[in-house]
Design a protein around this ligand. Structure first.
Ligand code: MTE
Ligand code: LUZ
Ligand code: MOS
Length: 736
């Protein structure tokens, strides 16, 4: 069980907005652009400044250092300056005695904005040359070989898809509290996955050394990638005001502000072409990805890279070319979201396979099974598979649940039923673990054993509900050979472990866990040197008496990973996670409603560090994946305004959206030499099982269309776009 579970249940766990408030606390509210693209001519703050209880209004000119927060590309001002590039871009910060006064004052600010034409479509942006970074192309085999492979194929299919974005909907909205300390220093309590990122950006904006800024994170009420980079501005606003006013300042976004101001999962568009030989083997695959990056880079270039890497999912594709454009539009900067571009890349090849299966009139799972990765197969980025469980997990899930029988049952049902149809899809997943940016794959730990035998573990890992603290505690207890109950996990702080990567890329437990293991091993060695058979508490007390150093720090850097961007070649991942899911759905074809009935998963979790937590991660990720492709419809209008900006207009998956039958089996007897104690990262990969829900529903709907076109059973109907909402499904079922 999670070490936080009891506290959470009792309502005792604290989040940023629960921290004790000092008497001098002030509150911030943000005035942002109502216009997606325009010239910012003037801002009138006089009415706001004149209000009782308003302390100050901050604008771009009030930034003491650089008005710049872009981490990968310096293209994102903290405050809009001269121009606005998306709706919700912050123009001014109001600081007042209460949150109510701050918001009322914010509502009295006005800006004169000369509207310019917004771009909302990534293809438009690409056509006009508005790219975040130069486009990239990843290739397996030469261009000539690819062309020849297409020539030799007996089946070639091609198409286009559009994939929607996704709102993170973490329960705790973006929040930060900045406290001025003596000597011009600051402490920031931030709801961030990346305390060091907040520290670095605040230092740049405030023109202070990083050592003058402490960032502390107790836990997050969910992050899901939405706080990997995008927790930074709110913390920086709070810090700026706290430094200027010498008082504590809190900034907490309301739900609608959070939905409008912050970036989400990237919408993508893609063109693809796939060639198969007479045996059904994929010989050639080509995809062009158009990533809607929004108005500034944020993490888009890294996300684009992962989309490319995962564009062939679990398949061995001998000739491939993946071209990817990161397109600058006038929407909020899209950002990390569980899967980090991988899901979009995988959705495209699954669309191609589904279409190929229709063309060949065979069940898609037959084509999938034929093309799975085996040991020592190559990915398009050059790395080869090692300890590959793609085929094993696919075969196990098929055997465990008698896939041929499930398939026959679906076909039999559809033959008899006119209005209700069923569909089935298998979704294999192969996901690389490591930050694709090799430099980021490092972590630190600091472990203290106190003289009474209790243990304090500090790392750079942020607890966001994923259970990393529980895993770290288990690793420490094993390493020290003490009872897990003696181990406490510290709040994450830049003062205990420095220069940390964000907790992301499903590698939080991997990287920080290794550092903890190393620190504990050196402590244990010191205790073992006492050569005593004493029990833990006495052993520690004795060690202290004998002046043994009972603290240890350690650093871990993932060995042997590398990637050469110029050659688009390397081995960026420490290892891959594999699995497969069978998804069954049924559709009421009169009403366009559907249900996802069953999801049966076989997943490779390695040797789990906490089996119950890993099961929860699989189920939670699955729910997010199903929601992304079926219910969650992120809608912007042509002027770049978010229409789905409340829970009344944005349908998130609830318990009813989850299949009543979810079965998760972990592969048994699997080891992983590349991660701590043989474990595997688990946070992101299972999200992609949700892709199967889309294809299962789509298959049911196609069965209905086919039945309506008597005799012409293999007639091609266009692929649907995602998400497959009931509205979209109804149009497909009854449209022309
Ligand atoms: N689980 C919960 N409950 N809350 C979260 O915010 N984030 C996910 C995943 N699982 C998340 C979660 C994402 S996007 C990642 S990258 C991983 O957890 C990060 O944690 P880990 O690296 O410790 O697995
Ligand atoms: N963040 C990042 C990530 O910076 N690089 C990655 O490769 C990554 N992958 C998944 C999630 N977050
Ligand atoms: Mo997760 S998208 O790596 O925060």
């Amino acid at each position: 069980m999670s070490i936080d579970a009891a506290q959470h249940t009792r309502g005792e766990s604290t989040f940023v907005d629960d921290l004790p408030e000092s008497a001098d606390l002030l509150h911030g509210a943000l005035f942002s652009s109502p216009i997606a693209h325009g010239k910012l001519c003037s801002v009138d703050c006089s009415a706001a400044e004149g209000m009782d209880g308003v302390q100050r209004v901050f604008l771009a000119a009030d930034v003491p250092g650089e008005n710049q927060i872009g981490a990968i590309v310096p293209d994102e001002p903290l405050f809009a300056d001269g121009e606005v590039h998306h709706v919700g871009q912050v123009i001014a910060l109001v600081v007042a005695d209460t949150p109510e006064i701050a918001r009322a004052a914010r509502d009295r600010i006005s800006a004169e904005i000369e509207e310019l034409e917004p771009i909302v479509c990534p293809r438009d942006a690409q056509r006009r040359g508005h790219l975040i970074v130069p486009s990239r192309s990843l290739q397996r085999g030469s261009a000539e070989q690819l062309a020849a492979a297409f020539e030799s194929c007996t089946t070639v299919v091609a198409g286009s898809v559009e994939i929607g974005g996704q709102e993170h909907l973490y329960l705790e909205t973006q929040a930060a509290l900045a406290i001025p300390l003596e000597g011009g220093r600051l402490r920031i309590h931030a709801g961030t996955q990346g305390p060091t990122a907040v520290q670095r950006v605040a230092s740049r904006v405030l023109d202070l050394p990083m050592s003058a800024i402490e960032v502390e994170v107790r836990r997050l009420g969910g992050g899901f990638g939405g706080k990997e980079d995008q927790a930074t501005p709110w913390a920086t606003f709070a810090a700026l005001a706290a430094l200027a006013l010498g008082r504590s300042v809190k900034v907490v976004l309301q739900r609608e502000e959070d939905m409008v101001f912050t970036g989400k999962r990237h919408p993508y568009q893609a063109d693809w072409r796939m060639g198969l030989d007479a045996d059904g083997k994929i010989q050639a695959y080509e995809a062009t990805l158009f990533q809607n990056a929004g108005a500034s880079a944020d993490l888009s270039p890294a996300i684009l890279e992962r989309s490319m890497f995962h564009a062939t999912n679990s398949y061995n594709v001998p000739h491939a070319r993946i071209t990817a454009h990161s397109c600058r539009t006038n929407l909020p900067p899209f950002t990390a979201f569980r899967g980090f571009g991988g899901p979009q890349g995988m959705f495209v090849i699954e669309s191609a396979l589904a279409r190929a299966a229709e063309e060949l009139d065979v069940p898609c799972e037959q084509l999938q099974a034929l093309n799975l990765l085996d040991e020592d197969d190559a990915f398009a980025y050059g790395q080869r598979t090692e300890n590959c469980h793609a085929r094993r997990s696919f075969t196990e899930v098929a055997q465990l649940h008698d896939l041929p029988k499930l398939r026959a049952a679906v076909d039999a049902f559809n033959a008899k039923s006119a209005r209700h149809k069923r569909g089935l899809a298998v979704m294999p997943v192969c996901f690389g673990i490591s930050f694709t940016n090799t430099m980021m794959n490092q972590a630190g730990a600091l472990v203290h054993i106190y003289s009474d035998g209790s243990v304090h573990v500090a790392t750079g890992a942020v607890e966001m509900g994923q259970g990393v603290s529980t895993k770290l505690r288990n690793i420490a207890a094993l390493g020290l050979r003490c009872d897990a109950q003696r181990v406490t996990i510290a709040a994450t702080s830049t003062t205990t472990v420095a220069n940390t990567s964000p907790t992301a890329a499903s590698s939080g437990a991997d990287l920080n866990g290794m550092a903890v293991q190393i620190a504990c091993a050196s402590l244990r060695q010191r205790l073992d040197a006492l050569d005593s058979a004493l029990a833990w508490d006495e052993l520690v007390a004795t060690a202290h008496m004998q002046r043994v150093h009972l603290s240890a720090g350690a650093h871990y850097a993932t060995p042997s990973i590398h990637y050469d961007k110029d050659r688009e070649h390397g081995a960026p991942f420490a290892y891959h996670v594999y699995g497969a899911a069978i998804v069954e759905a049924s559709v009421d074809c009169l009403r366009g409603t559907y249900s996802v009935d069953a999801v049966k998963i076989v997943h490779d979790a390695g040797r789990s560090l906490a089996p119950l937590i890993d099961r929860g991660q699989v189920e939670g990720a699955l729910a997010q994946g199903i929601g992304w492709l079926t219910l969650e419809d992120l809608v912007f209008d042509e002027r770049g305004r978010l229409l789905s900006k409340a829970l009344a207009t944005y349908k998130a998956p609830d318990v009813h959206a989850m299949p009543s039958d979810v079965q998760v089996k972990f592969l048994e007897d699997v080891d992983n030499p590349a991660a701590v104690l043989g474990s595997k990262g688990i946070g992101e990969p299972p999200l992609m099982y949700g892709i199967g829900a889309y294809f299962a529903i789509r298959e049911a709907a196609r069965a209905f269309r086919k039945a309506g076109q008597s005799g012409r059973s293999s007639e091609h109907v266009d692929l649907l776009h995602a998400p497959l909402t009931p509205e979209r499904l109804l149009l497909y079922l009854h449209g022309k």
